[in-house]
Design a protein around this ligand. Structure first.
Ligand SMILES: Cc1ncc(COP(=O)(O)O)c(C=O)c1O
Length: 385
């Protein structure tokens, strides 16, 4: 199998699994328990909090563990909006992940005004539009760091400055960048940041919301006093330990990996683009995650490409994993102004820590044949022949 779907999820690093294992049996106690084993579990959580804070240059007390990116996004947006009663506007971009998109839609039911900022052809948010809509009525501006589908990186420092000029909170869904790129929450002026363990070689079902001191947010769930009263429920100790270890590993390999993976990603694009006509690169040519390659193949459906690739042992994606069962073209590509029929033929390859040169060569070898076969069956292609 050639796995090129790292933006959907990553395998846990063997070192992460090794770090987690003792917390299923040897140190299984409840971290809230007042006894030795309970204290060991609590210590492990606090060590992970330290590892995470170190990676993002936040304070340890600014880290709140969650069940993943979706929950972190929910807590940020709902939590900040419900903690105040003066402002009514929530701003997001048109290319957000459904975790942000649907959370904001839900908030409209409570009378909040939801404003979507459009993006350009590369998926970069329109800063002039943002300047015009952010005002003294804005509670929160939630714009992702990098897009999961085409990898475009948003100018979050500028976005944050615009939000702050009007006293709004700036939240970024950094699920696709944490562990892949250096992030400094302080210098980047990020108020709230969501991340997810399974996107950077940690376990699934664990993530965090990092929230700067002084930003008030209501908890979503009510119960015990966990996570300083902000996220009730017994902590997922093995998961949190794994997340901490994933941060520690990322800090060591991140910069080198970015260079290696980008080379492979570019090789893949050049390889297929030279051999196949009428491909269109989606996303920004430079301001893009080093591991992500999204392009459209004219005259064929993304789903057919995916199935044929799968039959050849190659795993890719036609959009975000959450919507790959959905035949509607991606809202991200449509927001970028890509015509419906071209968006339909889009494909995402996302590379990662275990991607090897031979795998890229194999894809370059088999992919043109797949496209040729599918195009030969496409009435649209014949018409244009
Ligand atoms: C940008 C982005 N935000 C949020 C999520 C959701 O994260 P999780 O799977 O941890 O809930 C994902 C996962 O696909 C994502 O790519």
């Amino acid at each position: 199998m050639i796995y090129l779907d790292y933006n959907a999820t990553t395998p846990a690093d063997p070192k992460v699994v090794e770090a987690m294992l003792p917390y299923f049996h040897d140190f299984f106690a409840n971290p809230s328990s007042i006894h030795g084993p309970g204290y060991e579990a609590r210590k492990a959580i606090e060590q992970a909090r330290e590892q995470l804070a170190k990676m993002l240059n936040s304070k340890i007390t600014e880290v709140y563990f969650t069940s993943g990116g979706t929950e972190a996004d929910n807590i940020a947006i709902k939590g900040v909006a419900f903690a105040q009663d003066k402002r009514k506007k929530i701003i997001l971009s048109a290319v957000e992940h459904h975790a942000v998109l649907n959370t904001c839609e839900y908030m409209a039911k409570f009378g909040f005004e939801i404003v979507k900022v459009p993006v350009d052809q590369y998926g970069i948010v329109d800063l002039n539009f943002l300047e015009d809509v952010v005002d003294e009525n804005t509670i929160i501006v939630s714009i992702m760091h990098a897009n999961n589908e085409m990898g475009t990186i948003e100018p979050i420092e500028e976005i944050s400055r615009i939000a702050h000029r009007h006293g709004a909170v700036f939240h970024t869904d950094a699920v696709q960048t944490v562990g892949k790129m250096l992030i400094n929450i302080e210098t980047m002026e990020i108020d709230m940041l969501s991340l997810s363990g399974h996107k950077f070689y940690g376990p699934k079902g664990v993530g965090a919301l990092v929230c700067r001191k002084g930003i008030r947010f209501d908890p979503l769930s009510h119960g015990g006093h966990h996570e300083r009263n902000k996220r009730a429920g017994t902590e997922n100790v093995p998961g949190i330990v794994g997340l901490g270890k994933a941060c520690e590993l990322a800090m060591v390999v991140m910069e080198k990996e970015e260079v290696r993976i980008k080379k492979l990603r570019n090789k893949l694009w050049e390889g297929v683009n030279q051999r196949i006509s009428e491909l269109k690169l989606n996303g920004h040519p430079e301001k893009r995650l080093a591991n992500t390659l999204n392009f459209s193949v004219r005259y064929v459906e993304g789903e057919s490409l995916l199935l044929s690739l799968d039959m050849n042992g190659i795993c890719a994606s036609s959009g975000s994993a959450c919507t790959s069962a959905d035949l509607k073209p991606s809202h991200v590509l449509l927001a970028m102004g890509i015509p419906y029929e071209i968006a339909h033929g889009s494909l995402r390859f996302s590379l990662g820590r275990f991607t090897r040169d031979e795998e890229i060569e194999q894809v370059i070898k088999v992919f043109p044949g797949i496209v040729e076969k599918l195009r030969s069956m496409s009435p649209l292609y014949k018409k244009n022949d």
